[in-house]
Design a protein around this ligand. Structure first.
Ligand SMILES: [Zn+2]
Ligand SMILES: [Zn+2]
Length: 216
């Protein structure tokens, strides 16, 4: 399985950076986009630079209803795409998506495609789903902002296997020592303590940014 960061607060040369997050998952021939960043324009630009067309996307999964994760939706919706979103999303957004795509509401943990699972909706405030990806060595968790608390998301992900890695926005997560057991740590987007995590785990981390590719 291959992950490609498409939208992030940082970017590699040739791609645009912007506050938000989006990551492509490629599993065999199937392409799933997790989150869409804040701007459809920037998402479309980065996708084009990476050689991706919206029609290539079979599935879009949205972590939570914040503008920096759902704002780019208009650039990727197309007939036939399946959109997995938390059941708690506003009716307005669900209806908007349903006009152009097939909506699947998520509440409990479940499989999306073979090897790609969702934690289901977590959190008491901003409800959020994270994805859990099967890698050879264990599971890799992909988060949007981790509003429910990264430690709670990681705990929920263990139903799908032993934790191997985590990538995405960690938001205000500060129990940095608790990541010790992981082999792959990629703090992206809104991670407040990104710099400290990179310094604390130099062999396990990758500096995130649009254009970064990770094989798992
Ligand atoms: Zn965010
Ligand atoms: Zn958020």
């Amino acid at each position: 399985m291959k992950l490609r960061v498409v939208y992030d607060n940082e970017a590699k040369e040739g791609l645009k950076s912007d506050w938000g997050f989006s990551c492509l998952i490629e599993s065999e021939d199937r392409k799933l986009l997790f989150d869409t960043g804040a701007s459809g324009k920037i998402l479309a630009y980065n996708m084009q630079q990476l050689g991706l067309r919206k029609e290539d996307l079979e599935i879009i999964a949205l972590s939570h209803e914040h503008w920096d994760h759902v704002g780019g939706l208009d650039a990727v919706l197309h007939p036939g795409v399946a959109v997995y979103l938390p059941r708690s999303f506003s009716r307005r957004l669900k209806e908007e998506v349903a006009r152009e795509a097939d909506v699947f509401e998520v509440s409990e943990p479940r499989d999306i495609i073979p090897g790609v699972h969702t934690t289901g909706e977590l959190g008491g405030g901003i409800r959020e789903q994270s994805l859990v990806l099967d890698a050879e060595e264990g599971v890799v968790v992909l988060t949007g902002c981790a509003h429910p608390g990264l430690e709670n998301i990681l705990e929920a992900a263990t139903v799908f296997g032993e934790l191997y890695g985590v990538i995405g926005g960690f938001h205000g997560f500060d129990k940095l020592e608790s990541l010790q057991g992981l082999e792959l740590i990629i703090p992206c987007h809104c991670t407040v303590r990104k710099k400290e995590i990179l310094e604390m785990y130099p062999e396990k981390t990758v500096r995130c940014g649009a254009g970064v590719e990770i094989e798992i």
